[in-house]
Design a protein. Structure first.
Length: 183
């Protein structure tokens, strides 16, 4: 009985070890595939958006990819390209001829609507958004946020915050902590 129990235990251990090795190899392969796909889609999106706006992404050429750890999901909507990744992956999204790139920490986020540009970053990154010919910039921590509608300007600063907003010829300024408010 002892010998039978020993043999069964050894067989179970070998099976468990084999399953674990197979699972680890599958995860590594999926992670590599996700990284390669995200990098390819990001490059394709940038090339299409910044080099050939006239020849926008066409049907069947569109891909949405998202990687969560080792998982990959792909979906295509008309002429849009979406690529999403976590941690070391990059995310890019394009609507029509527009491009959205989003990154965390050291990554940069950019969005283009018509001829407008949006850039967003975290920590020491800069966020900028433009609607029509307007510019919006947002920053966190030591960053500055500015937003303009038409010819108006809005600026936000965090902590010893000063907020300025202009609609037409009007100016509003607000600050927190050592606060100053003017309307």
């Amino acid at each position: 009985m002892a010998t039978k129990r020993f043999v069964q235990t050894t067989a179970d251990e070998m099976l468990t070890k084999r399953v674990k090795v197979n699972a680890d190899n599958t995860i590594k392969a999926n992670q590599k595939s996700a990284r390669i796909l995200a990098e390819y889609l990001t490059e394709m999106c940038q090339d299409t958006a910044f080099e050939s706006f006239d020849d926008a992404k066409g049907d069947n050429c569109n891909v949405q990819a998202r990687g969560d750890k080792s998982n990959v999901q792909a979906k295509g909507d008309i002429s849009n390209v979406q690529a999403g990744g976590d941690n070391s992956n990059e995310q890019a999204r394009g609507d029509n001829n527009n491009v959205q790139a989003r990154g965390d920490n050291i990554y940069v986020q950019a969005k283009d609507d018509n001829n407008n540009v949006q850039a967003r970053g975290d920590n020491n990154n800069v966020q900028a958004r433009g609607d029509n010919n307007n510019v919006q910039a947002r920053g966190d921590n030591n960053n500055v946020r500015a937003r303009g509608d038409n010819n108006n300007m809005q600026a936000w600063v965090g902590n010893n915050n000063v907020q300025a907003r202009g609609d037409n010829s009007n100016v509003q300024a607000r600050g927190d902590n050592n606060n100053v408010q003017a309307m």
